[in-house]
Design a protein around this ligand. Structure first.
Ligand SMILES: Cc1cc2nc3c(=O)[nH]c(=O)nc-3n(C[C@H](O)[C@H](O)[C@H](O)COP(=O)(O)O)c2cc1C
Ligand code: SF4
Length: 654
């Protein structure tokens, strides 16, 4: 059977191991490990779901070869002792239930950690250096360290084999220890492990040699490495091709091609603005110089694009990391030709990495309320009796609520006051670089249609109308409204949301944006791209890398990308440590931190001062409707990830 997209479904050999299709779930740290580094039931179930969804090969998230020195997140797996092996055995068994092959990535963070994560142990690197992001100085590895680490990497690989997994991957990418040795950016050594490319590769090649001795000739070895680092003096494709040839000659069976290091984070955890499959050229370049299979990765979201990559021979596998967090059934749905049923990852990085794994939390997903949650908390069971459920508001919370309630067997109606569904998704998608925020709308609309939920557009809810309908449950998902401060001249100002939505079209050439939160920063991008002279008034500092600087509420990788690649091109002046006092015909009177009043001149004052819940109906419906559930921004203005989850849960539990 070839299914839809026949090339994606062609089996392929990695060494002597057959993989049933070309879809790989690359290593994706979840923080689902225990606090002491063991595999947990939650983690086993997570990978089981991905295997069940049809993926051919899972490469499990990175595990430590040396604890705690080599740790890169607080809840990272360990494999530095035999006592951890049994957990990996469970992972292997879970994947094998579905004929999915499973490799384990082994890892040492090198300098890309800090003392908090490494539990006070100073990090090591190829040379003494400080990662620009982690800001912790690593010491140079001694020859004894190198010898010890080679032993540890190969021991970990042997444990992977002992666990019954199908192969091992060495993490030589993303600026971690092996990458630090490979790269002239971080390797300044003058001994046989530094200098020439041959010397910089020595550490990795010795790891492979020692591993082969331990795991035998047939156990697949994969290497993931960053073929372009996108930092001055970092690895480039030319050198990376030479590395590929050396790895093949050393007996490596599979190359997993990635890019970037922490200091070019937006490339390795591709921000939303990057096109689908933008970095396939890298895998293609590597594939042109080797005969072993090559994996490509990077914002691949659509089956037809994945198929094309394989069909054109640009890579042998497509890796889908976040795409399978958003929808583990991606492969199955692609195979069955149900592309429109795929809940596509929007590359927001909020749920999975930036605001979760990097913030010591479990991995979550903006568009998938099920991710990382135990079955008993997300399972939809038939309701004991069918109720009449009215959902008010057609944004993400309302759409999820309506779907989940209908799946329980309730009689569901959704009212939306505007002429379209989507709500806040439109606002989130308004700024250049954030367009994918609208994607969940199509997915949810299709789901609502398939479930046959009754939808009434242009229907503004009143207490009387709701009363007449006599619902058993109302799920209020009416969103939030922008805050209008009570200051003199406020009627002369416009709301940022109205500029983003296009309702206010003309703000002149010299707009003043008040507030440096999410809306304020989106406005800076919209207006910056139009070449306007923007003044941004903020009570925060103007130093964006400081945590309380502009855009502090943004997802950190998007923020880093914005401030390093976009904002420098805009005509943007920041007025820090200032609050608004009065809107005048000339602009905005602000008060600085010393209490001085200053006039900031400009054409239009645009307010971006946050939101307040729009839940007036909740009060009015008390006593009229037996059950009222308030979800999403109408409960408390927050992110779309909260709307998704709360909407889903309200529908599931009503
Ligand atoms: C939450 C998260 C954790 C990740 N953890 C790892 C990891 O442990 N090892 C690794 O090599 N890459 C890791 N990555 C990078 C992914 O494997 C992948 O290369 C990247 O997300 C781009 O692919 P995608 O667009 O399909 O998500 C991680 C990415 C995310 C989003
Ligand atoms: S949180 Fe965002 S980036 Fe991460 S998997 Fe979900 S949609 Fe994709």
């Amino acid at each position: 059977m070839s299914g839809r997209y026949p090339k994606l479904w062609e089996p392929i050999m990695v060494g002597k191991l057959e993989i049933k299709n070309r879809i790989v779930h690359p290593p994706t740290t979840t923080n689902f490990a225990s606090a002491t580094g063991e595999v947990t039931d939650l983690m086993v179930d997570h990978y089981r779901r991905i295997a069940e969804g049809g993926t051919g090969l899972i490469i499990v998230e990175n595990t430590q070869v040396k604890y705690p020195e080599g740790k890169n997140v607080v809840r990272q797996l360990r494999l530095d002792d035999n006592k951890y092996i049994a957990g990996y055995q469970q992972l292997a068994e879970a994947a094998h239930l579905y004929d999915c092959k499973i490799f384990q990535q082994v890892h040492h963070a090198g300098r890309q950690t800090d003392l908090r994560i490494s539990e006070g142990v100073q990090p090591i690197s190829a040379s003494e250096s400080t990662c620009g992001i982690m800001q912790t100085t690593a010491r140079e590895a001694t020859k004894e360290d190198i010898k010890d680490l080679i032993e540890r990497y190969s021991e970990a690989a042997l444990r992977v084999k002992m666990a019954g997994m199908d192969g091992v991957e060495f993490h030589g990418a993303h600026g971690y220890l092996i990458c630090q040795f490979l790269s002239p950016y971080t390797n300044k050594r003058t001994d046989e492990y530094g200098g020439s490319l041959e010397n910089r590769m020595r550490f990795l090649l010795e790891i492979i040699e020692r591993t082969r001795e331990k795991v035998g000739p047939d156990f697949p070895i994969c290497v993931r490495y960053s073929v372009e680092e996108f930092v001055p003096g970092g690895l480039t494709l030319d050198e990376s091709k030479e590395i590929a040839k050396a790895l093949e000659a050393a007996g490596v069976d599979l190359l997993d091609i990635s890019c970037g290091i922490y200091e070019s984070m937006q490339t390795l955890l591709d921000v939303m603005d990057y096109k689908e499959g933008w970095r396939v050229y890298q895998a293609e370049a590597i594939k042109s110089v080797v005969n072993i299979p090559v994996i490509c990765v990077g914002n691949i979201r659509t089956p037809s694009i994945a198929e094309k990559i394989i069909a054109e021979g640009r890579a042998d596998f497509v890796a889908i990391s976040r795409g399978l967090l958003a929808d583990p059934e991606w492969p199955k749905k692609a195979y069955e030709g149900r592309e429109d049923d795929i809940n596509k990852c929007i590359s927001c990085n909020i749920g999975c990495i930036g605001n979760h794994v990097f913030a010591d939390l479990h991995c979550r997903c903006t568009v998938n309320p099920l991710l990382g949650r135990r079955k008993e908390y997300v399972e939809i069971t038939p309701a004991p009796e069918a109720k009449k459920v009215l959902v008010i508001g057609g944004g993400p919370a309302g759409m999820w609520a309506a779907c989940a309630a209908k799946m329980r067997g309730h009689d569901v109606t959704l009212w939306e006051k505007s002429d379209r569904l989507g709500g806040t998704l439109y606002l989130a998608a308004a700024a250049p670089g954030k367009g994918k925020y609208i994607w969940p709308k199509a997915y949810l609309e299709k789901k609502l249609k398939d479930l046959d939920v009754k939808i009434e557009l242009n229907k503004e809810a009143t207490a009387a109308d709701v009363g007449n309908m006599k619902p058993d449950t109302v799920i209020l998902a009416t969103g939030a409204v922008p805050i209008l401060p009570d200051i003199p001249g406020k009627e002369k100002a416009v709301q940022g949301v109205d500029v983003l939505s296009g309702k206010v079209k003309d703000v002149g050439d010299n707009p003043i944006v008040v507030g440096a939160g999410l809306t304020g920063m989106d406005l800076c991008v919209v207006l910056g791209e139009q070449g306007k002279n923007i003044t941004l008034v903020t009570r925060r500092t103007d130093q964006y890398l400081l945590t309380d600087g502009p855009g502090v509420d943004m997802e950190p990788i998007h923020r880093y990308w914005l401030f390093t690649t976009k904002i420098p091109n805009y005509k943007l002046k920041i007025v820090p440590f200032s609050t608004y006092k009065e809107v005048t015909d000339k602009g905005l009177i602000v008060v600085d931190k010393d209490g001085n009043e200053n006039l900031v001149e400009g054409d239009t004052v645009i307010l971006a001062l946050g939101f307040t819940p729009n839940n007036r109906l909740a009060q009015e419906l008390k006593g009229i409707v037996p059950q009222i559930l308030t979800v999403g921004d109408s409960r408390e203005p927050r992110r779309i990830i909260n709307a998704t989850y709360e909407g889903f849960q309200a529908g599931r539990m009503c």
